[in-house]
Design a binder for this molecule. Structure first.
Ligand SMILES: Cc1cc2nc3c(=O)[nH]c(=O)nc-3n(C[C@H](O)[C@H](O)[C@H](O)COP(=O)(O)OP(=O)(O)OC[C@H]3O[C@@H](n4cnc5c(N)ncnc54)[C@H](O)[C@@H]3O)c2cc1C
Length: 458
């Protein structure tokens, strides 16, 4: 039987897209190589603790994220960040420095030198890039140094992109990672002026409302998978895609073959590159250009009295210049309720990514030792954790490097060169769960239109 759409990959992107296609009445199949769906959105109960192996938060100010939460009946399970989780810590000279939880906090804190804080104030007078006629694409580090100065970039921006993108400011493309900030510079000449203008106009500033669900982020793929039911084929690895009359044939080895009118690749970029190889060289080459260095997540549960630090915040980030192994950590049990039993706390540390890919691939014992050292030095954590769990992500997070715009343009045009073949995922328009949901929703509409137009249906 020929189905309408085969979706390769049952992470958040593939599941959300399939959910919408099912609503459109399409006959679909989702092929997922692992035994469980959800991709890197995995929540696990360990004793009374709740570990997030991948994402911890979802930004519900993004419409698609809010809509999926409502449509799946997850709103009543939703939890916002705890009141204590607003403070952010950054590491300076081997110690945590808290930034007050307000936009002016950076000026009142002594985390940055006085000179760096004055340089921040001078941003309003820095000319627009177009006005200086400088050609070429900027990295995040170049853009932020130009607007805000070197110290702010090294001590605030680089740790931030290390935490959110597992990337380095010196390698990521400013226009791909911060399109809204680039646009603010273009429109208002200065980000300070732009922020003030948007605030006055009560427009939305870049940022968001970070949420989760009572049982963790895993609630989202679980709800999507429950809805999809029998169309999910787990333990099925798509090995090759072949254009054939009336659509495509997917070879899934010993799991058989699937014939579909359209195919959506919802895998990591490296896998998409391999599957596109014999279908469209340009798209294969574009997806293959996106690196995704290994990343490791180390989760510890401690008795409260084992940790000196009050953990009164979201977590901490480490600037590269501090030379630490850990790029950052979340105070998981402060962020959301139910992450640790009474009298205990949960901390999640991140290792690897573009800053130190080799660390993301270390053995679990090595990572546990490293995390214990880091949490002892920075948080005063003593003794054996009650629970310790390591999760490796060999294909960590996609890096939006220079030239990312060309990569996405080539992938966007795939449908013109090979009608019926689409790609979705976290390497296109944002790495966050919410961005993946938005791309999936928008792509589902295009896939549905393609089927209707090409196969003569309403
Ligand atoms: C450690 C970590 C922390 C994060 N934290 C946050 C956060 O706090 N907030 C946030 O918004 N975002 C966060 N993210 C980002 C966000 O979680 C991801 O970008 C998003 O979940 C990606 O979903 P996806 O479906 O596009 O890709 P994936 O989750 O990678 O799913 C791809 C799926 O394709 C399957 N697959 C691969 N090859 C094949 C094949 N040949 N055949 C069949 N199936 C195949 C894989 O098994 C996988 O299930 C984090 C990511 C990581 C890794």
């Amino acid at each position: 039987m020929t189905i309408d759409v085969a979706v390769v990959g049952g992470g958040i992107s593939g599941l959300a897209l399939a959910y919408d296609l099912k609503r459109y009445g399409r006959r679909i199949a989702v092929l997922e190589r692992r035994a469980l769906t959800g991709g890197n959105a995995v929540s696990e109960r360990i004793g009374g603790f709740l570990m997030e192996h991948g994402p911890t938060t979802v930004n519900t100010t993004v419409k698609a994220a809010a809509d999926f939460s409502r449509d799946l009946g997850l709103d009543r399970e939703q939890c916002g960040l705890g009141a204590d989780a607003r403070r952010r810590y950054l590491v300076k000279q081997g110690a945590l420095r808290g930034l007050p939880a307000n936009p002016l906090g950076i000026f009142t804190s002594s985390y940055l030198s006085l000179r760096a804080r004055l340089r921040l104030l001078a941003e309003v007078g820095i000319p627009r890039r177009q006005d200086t006629g400088t050609p070429g694409e900027e990295t995040v580090a170049q853009f932020c140094t130009r607007r805000f100065g070197r110290e702010f970039t090294e001590r605030v921006v680089d740790p931030f992109v290390g935490g959110v993108y597992a990337g380095c400011a010196a390698e990521l493309s400013a226009s791909a990672v911060f399109p809204k900030l680039i646009d603010m510079e273009r429109r208002f000449g200065s980000l300070t002026r732009g922020a003030l203008h948007l605030r006055r106009a009560e427009d939305r500033l870049p940022g968001g409302r970070l949420c989760s669900w009572r049982t963790g982020i895993g609630a989202l793929p679980k709800a999507l998978s429950t809805d999809l039911g029998g169309v999910l084929h787990t333990g099925v690895v798509a090995r090759r895609i072949q254009p054939v009359a009336g659509g495509f044939m997917i070879d899934a080895g010993s799991s058989g073959r699937f014939k579909a009118r359209a195919v959506v690749l919802a895998t990591q970029p490296r896998v998409a590159a391999q599957l596109l190889e014999n279908v469209d060289q340009d798209a294969a080459e574009a997806a293959g250009r996106i690196s995704a260095p290994p990343l490791a997540v180390v989760f510890f549960g401690y008795r409260r009295n084992q940790v000196e630090h009050s953990l009164d915040g979201f977590g901490f980030l480490t600037p590269a210049s501090e030379g630490r192994a850990v790029t950052g950590a979340l105070f998981s049990s402060t962020m959301f309720p139910g992450r640790a039993p009474d009298g205990s706390v949960a901390i999640t540390g991140y290792f690897g990514g573009a800053r130190a890919p080799h660390l993301g691939a270390q053995a679990p014992e090595t990572l546990v030792d490293l995390a214990r050292e880091e949490f002892r030095d920075l948080l005063g954590a003593r003794g054996e954790p009650l629970v310790a769990r390591v999760r490796h992500w060999p294909l960590g997070l996609p890096q939006y490097g220079l030239g990312h715009g060309e990569v996405t343009a080539t992938l966007d045009e795939l449908g013109h060169r090979v009608p019926g073949l689409f790609v979705v995922g976290n390497y296109l328009r944002g790495v966050s769960t919410a961005d993946c949901l938005g791309v999936a929703r928008e792509t589902a509409k295009r896939v549905d239109k393609f089927i209707a137009k090409s196969f003569g249906e309403a």
